[in-house]
Every structure is written in C-alpha cells, then in structure tokens.
Design a protein around this ligand. Structure first.
Ligand code: GDP
Ligand code: MG
Length: 441
C-alpha cells in the first residue's frame, strides 16, 4: 500500500512539473510576442504573475489541451488589462459637448480630430473643429483643409498666437451656433515640455472639455506609458485613440496608455483617409498583439475543425501570405461542400459577410459556381501565378469565351480574387505550430 501511495504522489508531482513546464514555455513564448508588440515590460510581468495565479495547475493536469487553457487565460487577462473598469464619457447627440485632443506632435491629432468629427457627422451630429495649435506653422491650414473636405465648420487664426484665447473663442462661437460636438485640436510640441503641459492645462481650463482624448501613435512603443502619464498629470484624460494601426506596429503601447490614464481606448486610426477610423474592439486587438492576426478565434477554429493531416498545408499557405487563384478555387470547393475548411473560411470576415451573406446562400453558391466555371478555363500558369498583372485583357477575353461568360464576369471575379488575396495577406507571418503542438500561439 505504502508503495502505491508514494508512487501516486510521485506521479502527481511529476504531472505538476510537466504542466508547470508547459505553462512556463507558453508564457515565455507569449512574453516574447508581447514585448515585440511593444507592451511595456512591467505590464508583461504583471500579466505573467496573474496568469500563474489564475491557471490552476490541477486543471491543467486534468485537461487535455493545456496550451489552449493557458492561451485562453492569457487572452482574457490581456482583454481585462485593456478595460479600465469604467466607460469613458460619451457625448450625446443634440447636447453640447466639448472634446479636447492631446498628444505629441505627429501622433495624428489633427487627422484624428477630423475623423472623429466626420464619424459623428455621418450619424447626424453637428460637429465643429477648433484649431488651438498656434505653435506649428501650417497647423491651421491643415485643419482647415481637412474640415473643408468634410464640410465641417472650423475656427482658427493665422495671426493670433495665444492658443488659449483661440480655443476659448472657438468653443464659445460654436456653442452659440448650437453645435453638439465641439472638437479642440491642440499643439503637440514645445521648446520645453513643461510649457506644453502648462499650455494643455490652460486650454483645458478655458474650454472646460467634457472629454479629453489622448492620441497615441501605435508605434511609440515603450514610451507610451510615460507619455500618457505626463498628459494625464496636466489634464484629465478620459479616453485614448490609437493611430496608424494600418502600419507594422501592433500597438502594445495601448495597454500602457490605458494603465497610465485609467481610460479606455475608444477608436483606432487605420489610415490617412477620413473614413479610416474604427470603433475599438478589444478581441481583434488582443489577437493582433499576440501575433494571431486580427481574426480572433480563427486559429482555434482551424485546430478544432480541420483534420490534423490537412492543418500543416493550410497553415503553411496562410503563413506565406500568397493567395493564388488555385487556392481560391480549392477554398471555393471547400465552401461548396461546407466541409471542415469551408466552416473555417466562413469565419473569415471577407469570406462570410460579403461572399456568403446570411440568407442569400443560394445566390452565393451560384456565384461561386460561376467563378469556378471561369477558373476551369484558366491555364496552370494563371492559376498558380502570384502576379496580378498577368491577367491582362486578352487573357480575360479568352477565359470569358472559354467559359461562355462575359468579360465583365471575369473582371468581377478578379476583383473578388484581389479582395480575398488582401484578406489572406493579413495572415502572413502566422506562426506555424511545430509538430505535436496543439496551439499555434
Ligand atoms: P498631429 O501632429 O498630432 O496633429 O498629427 P497629424 O494629424 O498631422 O498626423 C501626422 C501624420 O500621420 C500625417 O501624415 C497623417 O496623415 C498621419 N496619420 C495620422 N493618422 C494616421 C493613421 O491612422 N494611419 C496612417 N497611415 N497615417 C496616419
Ligand atoms: Mg496637428
């Protein structure tokens, strides 16, 4: 009896060691990913400590998919870190609100001010823009240009050098005009930092903003915490907007900004254009931080429904980011069969929402079949090429004739192909799981 008890204890401790090893390996991998995504070192360490508390090693010992349990815990923990616990002040349509934008020069304030105004204008608001940046030459012109393009009223001056005065005048004017969203753009640079923060304090005092938004460039990296904190100390920052999310940076600094300001991220900027602006969504953001692409749950789904023997090939193709017409053909076949991979691809935003809208499955199927008939008239060279220029007009004519369709149809299909290729390209660099690993994280 004694022998079997000690054996059992030994087995138990062995199991724990093994699971602790899995946990540590997993945490190390993720730590690397997060640091590469510019998440502040201290926050990564806090996350590690929390995860070790949360993940119950006994559960791990009993659970089949250890990595999955750990991965989920980390994912949740990061989502929690982006949630300061209370929502930001939200302006109400028809009721006057003053929103002041702060952030360092180049972070994207002026651009984001206009995007924010335009976003609300489209929803029926009456926004207005005030340029309180008298420091940078050309600042007023830039705001004026943006505002004019979006047909948004603006206020500023070429002559006046006192930002506090302009801000107060602009806000007062637009209050009289019954604008419901008065947006104050500020300067981000000063010869002396202390002077900038003093200026922000004064502009804030003069305009009494309902909300101060800290604008942060996604690529500022480890500097995010100090920057956000410095602004928070001079004005009461209540929300964060992360810009340039269309670039390479993953925006891990956002976690720091949330921690430093105790305010949520509310929007992200995804390009230089007015409409490249999105409501912040935690899950895709965290997926991206972890290097999972911006399609949360996608990898999980692959592991869940794609047969083991087909996973490596599919993941390999995804990680290469190249999307040929042949791959599209194969995926169409899968979608039509609604086999396992078809289910996975129905999770991709582009595949599901646009190619297969809900309630119009029949139509979509007909479209896919039509595309496939046209692709049957393609040469191997065309199917395997990654060169978009290859498909010139004469080739498209030939395909149209060969499949009894109009060239218009071939062109439409090529547009669809380009759209899907772009989507597919987002998965590039996806980390391929090593043999025997359950998770791709
Ligand atoms: P400010 O100095 O803080 O007012 O920053 P600006 O609004 O002048 O922006 C600085 C530069 O960043 C400009 O060239 C903008 O076009 C660019 N920019 C701003 N937001 C984004 C974004 O979301 N994506 C990209 N790609 N560029 C952006
Ligand atoms: Mg500016």
């Amino acid at each position: 009896l004694g022998g079997s008890i000690s054996r059992a204890i030994q087995q138990m401790s062995n199991a724990t060691i093994i699971d602790e090893k899995v946990l540590n390996e997993c945490l190390n991998e993720i730590t690397r990913a997060l640091l590469q995504s510019d998440v502040q070192f201290k926050l990564v360490r806090d996350m590690q400590t929390n995860i070790k508390k949360i993940v119950n090693l006994d559960d791990l010992a009993a659970g089949h998919n250890k990595r999955r349990i750990i991965q989920q815990a980390i994912f949740n923990e990061l989502c929690k870190m982006l949630d300061p616990g209370k929502p930001s002040f939200t302006p109400k349509k028809g009721k006057t609100s003053v929103v002041m934008f702060v952030g360092l020069q180049g972070s994207g304030k002026t651009t984001t001010c206009t995007k924010y105004a335009y976003y609300h204008q489209k929803k029926g608001w009456k926004p207005a823009l005030v340029c309180a940046d008298t420091f940078r030459a050309g600042a007023f012109d830039q705001l004026k240009q943006n505002a004019t393009k979006a047909k948004i009223p603006f206020y500023g001056s070429y002559m006046e050098s006192d930002p506090v005065k302009i801000a107060a005048e602009g806000v007062e004017r637009f209050k009289k005009e019954n604008c419901d969203l008065i947006i104050v753009d500020t300067s981000g640079r000063h010869k002396q930092e202390a002077a900038l923060f003093e200026e922000m304090r004064q502009v804030s005092e003069a305009t009494k903003p309902d909300l101060v938004i800290f604008v942060m460039d996604s690529s500022i990296g480890q500097a995010a915490f100090d920057q956000a904190q410095a602004f928070k100390q001079s004005v009461s920052v209540g929300a964060v907007i992360v810009t340039k999310m269309d670039g390479h940076a993953k925006g891990g600094g956002a976690l720091s900004a949330v921690a430093a300001t105790k305010s949520p991220v509310i929007f992200i900027g995804t390009g230089e254009h007015m409409d490249e602006f999105e409501v912040f969504d935690v899950k895709p953001f965290v997926s991206r931080l972890l290097g999972m692409g911006d399609l949360s749950g996608f990898m999980d789904k692959i592991h869940e429904v794609v047969p083991m023997d087909q996973q490596p090939e599919l993941l390999q193709k995804l990680s290469e980011g190249t999307f040929t017409l042949r791959i599209m053909y194969e995926q169409f076949q899968n979608i039509l069969k609604m086999g396992p991979i078809g289910q996975v691809f129905s999770m991709l935003p582009g595949f599901s929402a646009e190619l297969m809208p809900k309630g119009r499955e029949k139509e979509s199927q007909a479209k896919i079949k039509r595309y496939m008939t046209m692709m049957d008239s393609m040469t191997n060279e065309e199917l395997d090429s990654t060169n978009l220029k290859l498909m010139n007009e004469s080739r498209m004519m030939r395909i149209a004739r060969g499949s009894g369709r109009h060239i218009r149809d071939v062109m439409e299909m090529m547009e669809e192909y380009k759209r899907l290729a772009k989507l597919w390209g987002k998965m590039k660099g996806l980390k391929i799981p090593k043999k025997g690993e359950m998770s791709a994280l």
